[in-house]
Design a protein around this ligand. Structure first.
Ligand code: ADP
Length: 320
């Protein structure tokens, strides 16, 4: 049984990170275990920005986006020297296990610490991209998808009023999940994702035909990992007479109050992460799959590439 653990958020922030960190801290305290909060991810760990948390320190945050711990990207962590400093700072404080809440890259960084020092690590997938292998949900993806849907609803109104083509570029890094689910649920005519080949000529021809048949507007959702929205917009504008506009949603997708799903799941995953660490089970990432909490080997999670759900891809082909 571990007596002292730490929690950090790292990499890109996502709504629900607070709920997860809160659950880790409160579960540890409930179990009589000391818990430390590390500011600004691996950077804060290297620079000794750690503080012990009490229950009240994680009060009033479950409803907020962002992360009360702060997050960062840290080049120094990519070096053995940086990781050694971080490891020593944990050991000096008697910290025996670490929960890292972050995306693919952050979990990779956690895996390095685990393999180099045998340090007990449990990961939680905190990313809007939903790109972590072994699970169909990551903390924050639901809120981000809802933010995109809200934008799509608004863009449809104005697109329809002007008979325009609207190209909406959404986040997701190299993963098309956000574009695919928001495109399906937002009723987009075309969804462009990095996992599937696409042909702009074909899309342009088909949308021109749709306009000739009397279509009032077209919405194209494009994942940032597949193409720049501006490039798609320019291509269509150059090859048709249809008024075309681009909208790049950007960091709005990262913020905002987390959805019920993100809060509940982050809380469940946070509890599991803390209990697992405390009881001596480490080297795993807790995620959600098919409606259940699942634990995935940390090495496997960072060394495999997640595929888009073929059912969603098929559905998009039928409906769009
Ligand atoms: P995210 O966690 O959102 O995917 P990044 O990919 O930027 O964000 O990763 C966050 C941080 O994790 C990086 O700044 C770096 O400190 C650490 N990290 C990422 N990849 C590695 C790696 N291969 N080895 C060690 N640390 C890494």
């Amino acid at each position: 049984m571990l007596k002292s653990i730490a929690v950090m958020t790292s990499g890109g922030d996502s709504p629900g990170m607070n709920a997860a960190a809160r659950a880790v801290a409160r579960t540890a305290l409930y179990e009589g275990v000391r818990v430390w909060g590390i500011s600004d991810g691996y950077q804060g760990l290297i620079e000794e920005r750690l503080r012990e948390l009490e229950s009240k320190d994680v009060g009033d945050i479950i409803q907020r986006g962002g992360t009360f711990l702060g997050t960062a990207r840290c080049e120094q962590w990519q070096t053995p020297e940086g990781r050694r400093l971080g490891y020593e700072n944990l050991i000096q404080r008697g910290i025996e296990g670490l929960c890292v809440i972050g995306g693919d890259g952050s979990l990779r960084g956690a895996q390095r610490l685990s393999e180099e020092y045998g340090f007990p690590i449990v990961g939680l997938p905190g990313t809007i991209d939903n790109d972590v292998w072994g699970m169909d949900y990551t903390i924050g993806c639901d809120t981000a998808a809802n933010t995109i849907i809200d934008a799509i609803n608004k863009l449809r109104d104005t697109a329809s009023a002007h008979r325009r083509v609207i190209v909406l570029e959404v986040m997701g890094r190299n993963c098309g999940w956000l574009a695919l689910v928001s495109g399906i649920s937002g009723g987009a005519e075309y969804i462009i994702v990095p996992e599937e080949e696409f042909d702009l000529r074909q899309i342009t021809d088909s949308l021109s035909e749709a306009y000739e048949r009397g279509k009032r507007y077209i919405l194209i959702v494009v994942a940032e990992g597949a193409a720049r929205g501006q490039d798609v917009c320019d291509y269509i504008a150059q090859h048709t007479d249809i008024e075309t506009r681009v909208s790049v949603l950007g960091h709005i997708q990262r913020g905002g109050a987390p959805s019920v799903i993100d809060r509940v799941r982050a809380s469940q995953l946070g509890e599991q992460a803390a209990l697992s660490l405390i009881s001596g089970l480490s080297g795993v990432v807790f995620g959600y799959s098919n409606g259940h909490v699942v634990s995935v080997n940390l090495y496997d999670a960072v060394n495999n590439k997640k595929k888009l759900d073929p059912e969603y891809l098929r559905l998009a082909k039928v409906l769009c």
